[in-house]
Design a protein around this ligand. Structure first.
Ligand code: ADQ
Length: 490
């Protein structure tokens, strides 16, 4: 296999154990097993724009300037693309200058990356911070295979078209040879947008033709390394169930993000305690919420709301011996998480929208097959497509989630074992290693691109005009039917 060059916003030390982000976890797992280069932002803000290449660790990073951090990172990436892709157009802030900063950072990073590339490299770009980097690399003459994986959902086409630059972005997607999305619903949404919002059409082999370029779109759900979470036989990790008279732990592990449905989760637990008062003193919700993007206003709002909800619920139900919500607002080392998952009777994973959600898979993998806990999972997490033997819930429906908490705690051992075995089968088949290997194999073998003068000569560094949009279709049937041709799920 040729060398793989990963491009992602944050670059972590692959050997460090505290990563509170799915993208870094997935890439670290791959690089622990294979040689490659990881390129992206150093995490530093430095107006000198120094370029650091650590050849020993195969990591190359650049800092952002203060203005880039504000406009590219906090601005376009996290205040436009993140909310829109999670179908929260209401939270998006379409400020002047954000997109220009985003495009400029992608251009600057592309120029730095070109000097590190060799002809056989396969380039794999991750996530929404670097959508336009492939187009910039093409303009610099790079003809290597370039793949893109979107870790977050792709929204319905009408939401995506709320982004003023949606046509430019369609053209930027077209610079990739292969685009991977988490769920089949994301593939359907993207194809619907390209066909009806961006003037693309589908080729007989299922690839999309966008302008003069051709690109494959597949559903490639990201997995975990289940062996990392395998339960030990340590007697300290015996699970305590309510029905044996002990306290049952319900666990939630999320970044503190408005997409994760944390206030709704707290309200559901409140509802559970009020409708089943016999479980007061016998159930605890432990919510580990890692701080994230605290400079974005919407994140402060969610934090204040959660603190107030936790205070109110603990004040109403708690006593000297028992506090119902154990709320931890910090990142926890991964090895500690394994124990916490394993000792919890219920995994409560209820995002309002999520590309995949690795915590759901980690919780299942950490269970003791002889006495497993029960996963409650939002139908709006990409993971719900694969983990259909979890208790699937609508996270907005507080009563339904509350009822599922009760069902999970009361579930018989044979049913828990049967559901766990079925979930584990899926998790062990679709591991992080298989995901990366399958994506890279598909990228290496995907069809040759239509030749483009700018790619070969590097002379044309300007953006071609964006394609003309068709009027949005009144029905998306054509796009959805086409999806099934492309829908290769690993
Ligand atoms: P995230 O939104 O970051 O990732 P998720 O899939 O849950 O969400 O992954 C989080 C990872 O960070 C997990 O490995 C988890 O163990 C860890 N983590 C979370 N909270 C933590 C905490 N408080 N302390 C320590 N570790 C914590 C994005 C998309 C997801 C997609 C992933 C991977 O938003 O939908 O599943 O990428 O593609």
């Amino acid at each position: 296999m040729n060398r793989v060059v990963f491009v992602s916003n944050r670059v972590a030390d692959p050997n460090k154990s505290t990563h509170a982000g799915g993208v870094t976890v997935a890439i670290s797992d791959y690089l622990n097993e294979h040689a490659g280069l990881w390129f992206g932002w150093s995490g530093n803000i430095d107006n000198e724009r120094s370029f650091e290449v650590n050849r020993h660790l195969s990591v190359a990073t650049l800092p952002l300037t203060e203005s880039e951090y504000l406009n590219y990172y906090l601005g376009y990436s996290n205040s436009v693309l993140w909310p829109v892709f999670h179908n929260r157009v209401d939270l998006a802030r379409f400020e002047e200058g954000y997109f220009d900063a985003y495009a400029a950072v992608n251009r600057r990073f592309a120029s730095a990356l070109v000097s590190l590339l060799t002809p056989g490299d396969i380039i794999w770009v991750h996530d929404y911070h670097f959508i336009t980097i492939a187009q910039e690399l093409r303009a610099l003459g790079v003809s290597n295979k370039i793949g893109f994986f979107l870790h977050i959902p792709f929204p319905p086409s009408q939401s995506f078209m709320a982004v003023p630059e949606y046509l430019q972005l369609a053209q930027d997607f077209a610079a990739y040879d292969l685009i991977g999305l988490q769920a089949t619903s994301d593939v359907a949404n993207m194809i619907d947008f390209l066909l009806h919002g961006a003037g693309a059409h589908m080729l007989p082999d299922g690839r999309m033709k966008i302008g003069h370029r051709e690109c494959s779109i597949v559903s490639a759900p990201v997995g975990i390394d289940p062996s990392y979470f395998k339960p030990s036989l340590s007697p300290n990790t015996i699970k305590n169930y309510v029905d044996s008279g002990h306290i049952a732990r319900i666990i939630g592990v999320d970044r503190l993000d408005y997409t994760k449905g944390l206030p709704q989760k707290f309200r559901a637990f409140d509802h559970f305690l009020s409708s089943h008062p016999e479980y007061c003193n016998r159930a605890i919700l432990t919510q580990i919420a890692a701080p994230t993007r605290e400079s974005v206003e919407a994140y402060n709002d969610i934090r204040k709301e959660l603190e107030s909800l936790a205070g109110s619920i603990n004040g109403r139900y708690g006593d000297l011996e028992w506090v119902p919500i154990h709320y931890i607002n910090r990142t926890t080392a991964r090895e500690r998480l394994v124990d916490v998952y394993r000792s919890s009777a219920v995994g409560l994973v209820t995002p309002l929208r999520d590309g995949m959600n690795l915590v759901a898979k980690e919780y299942v993998a950490a269970q003791d097959p002889a006495n497993p806990g029960v996963l409650i999972l939002s139908r709006f997490a990409g993971a719900a497509e694969q983990l259909s033997d979890a208790l699937i819930v609508n996270p907005y429906n507080v009563e339904e989630v509350s009822t599922s908490i009760y069902s999970a705690i009361k579930m018989s051992l044979p049913e828990r074992q049967q559901r766990h075995a079925s979930l584990m089968k899926n998790i062990e088949t679709h591991t992080a290693a298989n995901w990366a290997q399958n994506f890279l194999t598909a990228l290496a073998t995907t069809g040759a691109q239509a030749e483009n003068g700018s790619e070969r000569t590097g002379k044309n560094r300007r953006r071609a005009p964006a394609p003309k949009a068709k009027a949005p279709s009144s029905s998306s049937t054509r796009g959805l039917a086409a999806t099934s041709q492309l829908n290769r799920t690993w």
